[in-house]
Design a protein around this ligand. Structure first.
Ligand SMILES: *[C@@H]1O[C@H](CO)[C@@H](O)[C@H](O)[C@H]1NC(C)=O
Ligand SMILES: *[C@@H]1O[C@H](CO)[C@@H](O)[C@H](O)[C@H]1NC(C)=O
Ligand SMILES: *[C@@H]1O[C@H](CO)[C@@H](O)[C@H](O)[C@H]1NC(C)=O
Ligand SMILES: *[C@@H]1O[C@H](CO)[C@@H](O)[C@H](O)[C@H]1NC(C)=O
Length: 502
């Protein structure tokens, strides 16, 4: 009874609010007449609607227009692959459509028969573009497009200058040239670039230089006014900004068919796992905030924890076979932050059917919102890093406390995530399965659709600016919920000082 009445009252209040909102909407429209009308008229809403509503068009509402960029923004970089990184011979990793060299398969105890490559963790620029080339709904008519793809190798570009003595103008040169090219195109004017997206397969901090001091890290692609309008897909996004979205790091498996995946998933279901828990990584002695020392110490003391210790000089940690073998034989894989919040290793562990244990919500939960379930307890264990730092928790003890049935459920959930976190081999085509690329494109299209609707319905931008600092919360909200205090607030306080990895 009470509830019914409450509901009625609420809906009356809602009606009043909507009516007054409508009133203000009209007031605003007439007030800002000039701008608004020019702006919205530019959006070809009739065309878009025609493709969305056309039920006999399987691509309705999903068309992507790909800009035909001058080769200096992509192909030329591959030709000069020796310049792409001072550490790594990237030429080796740009072969096979970006998948890198095939993994020698003499150790079939670790890999299945097809689809395994020693993929570089920062190769998504290239893999993504090659996957885009076979996207089934490409169009040359940009007025039909749900989104516009900019095939710039943003990650390869910045990596050329991150180490060594480059000036900030060198580092920014390609981004500035790209934007100069883009804004002259008719496609830009439609939404000021808000329907454009690009990929930089590195962490967001490489594209967000804090100042124009020569000593500061990275370029400023994501901070340029035009860069702020576009959507950038990166392997680690900023919790405090809304123009970047996280997509998975590439793993070593690139299936050629749906059955490659099914075979692998079944194998991971049957896999015997003798270790309770494992960790592959290096300590961070220079970073007082890092919990890696604690984790390594706890692991060394335990008989049920396997450790693959990495150092600058150690190759074994970068040997896919050793890592994958250890992950496949473990029930839980520890994933503490490294130089930044996220790690490729989290995706390797999912691929191996090993339940990831996270210590910071920005290592996965606030990041890969299009690829991982919102309810993180379904597929992972969370141990707040402060508990470890203050020595209030035994990791082994805590993991032992999780019941056998629950572990089985979690592992099954992890194994079911595999198709959505791998990048399929761009030279083949999966029939039924959506891979990490497919989920990312769907996410972009949903986002652009919402922005387009907001512009058409005249929702302001001031509001979006205001909330950007709390952008990590939005992906976690339920429909209609409002921002309030959140259990993870302490993890995200004081962004600039506390992020601590620059
Ligand atoms: C609907 O889509 C089909 C298939 O792409 C196309 O042949 C047809 O012309 C479209 N109809 C309209 C009204 O756009
Ligand atoms: C777009 O145009 C190019 C060049 O004319 C052509 O090669 C390509 O197949 C076209 N793509 C689509 C999706 O129509
Ligand atoms: C960003 O997009 C808005 C439209 O939403 C547009 O008015 C503005 O000019 C764009 N900014 C740039 C730098 O193009
Ligand atoms: C999240 O998943 C856990 C484990 O399956 C479950 O116990 C819990 O009720 C779920 N929480 C929500 C909010 O759905």
């Amino acid at each position: 009874m009470d509830r019914g009445q409450g509901k009625n009252q609420r809906s009356r209040i809602c009606l009043l609010i909507s009516l007054s909102a409508l009133f203000w909407f009209f007031v605003m429209v007439f007030h800002f007449e000039g701008d608004m009308i020019i702006n919205t008229a530019a959006i070809p809403r009739n065309l878009m609607r025609r493709t969305v509503e056309n039920r006999s068009d399987p691509c309705g509402g999903r068309y992507i227009y790909v800009h035909n960029l001058p080769p200096i923004f992509n192909e030329d970089m591959l030709k000069d692959c020796t310049t792409l990184s001072p550490w790594t011979n990237m030429c080796k990793f740009t072969v096979n459509a970006g998948l890198g060299p095939p993994l020698e398969n003499h150790d079939t105890a670790v890999f299945s028969s097809t689809g395994w490559y020693a993929t570089d963790q920062f190769a998504v620029d290239l893999i993504f573009l090659n996957r885009m080339k076979q996207y089934q709904c490409l169009t040359n008519d940009s007025s039909l497009a749900a989104a516009v793809f900019v095939p710039f190798y943003a990650g390869f570009d910045v990596a050329r200058y991150l180490w060594g003595h480059s000036s900030i103008s060198q580092r920014d040169a390609a981004s500035v040239a790209l934007i100069r090219w883009l804004v002259k195109r008719p496609e830009w004017r439609v939404m000021g670039g808000k329907d454009h997206f690009l990929v930089g397969g590195r962490i967001t901090w490489d594209f967000r230089r804090l100042s124009d001091e020569e000593s500061d890290w990275g370029n400023k692609l994501l901070l340029l006014p035009e860069g702020r309008n576009m959507t950038m897909l990166v392997v680690e996004s900023s919790p405090w900004n809304s123009n970047d979205y996280a997509i998975p790091y590439p793993t070593y498996l690139h299936p050629r068919s749906d059955s490659d995946l099914v075979i692998w998933q079944n194998r991971m279901r049957r896999q015997r796992r003798r270790n309770l828990v494992c960790f592959a990584g290096a300590p961070r002695p220079d970073n007082p905030k890092s919990i890696r020392e604690h984790i390594i110490r706890q692991c060394r003391k335990s008989n049920s924890c396997k450790l693959l210790e990495c150092g600058w000089d150690s190759k074994k940690c970068h040997t896919p076979t050793r890592i994958m073998k250890m992950f496949q034989r473990s029930i839980f894989c520890l994933q503490p932050p490294g130089d930044s919040y996220t790690r490729r290793s989290a995706f390797d562990s999912i691929l191996a059917g090993c339940i990831p244990v996270f210590f910071h919500p920005a290592s996965a939960y606030t990041q890969y919102r299009w690829h991982l379930p919102k309810n993180y307890s379904v597929y992972s264990v969370f141990i707040p890093e402060n508990e470890v730092r203050k020595k209030r928790v035994s990791i082994e003890g805590m993991l032992r406390g999780i019941g056998r049935e629950r572990v089985k459920e979690m592992r099954e959930a992890v194994i079911n995530l595999i198709p959505g976190i791998v990048y399929a081999d761009p030279r083949y085509k999966l029939e039924k399965t959506k891979d990490a690329f497919d989920l990312a494109v769907e996410g972009v299209i949903r986002k652009v659709r919402k922005v387009r609707r907001d512009i058409l319905e005249g929702r302001g931008e001031e509001q979006q600016e205001f909330i950007e600092q709390l952008s990590w919360k939005y992906g976690l909200l339920d429909e209609g919920a409002t921002l309030g205090p959140h259990e993870w607030d302490p993890f995200f306080s004081k962004p600039s000082e506390d992020s601590g990895f620059l």
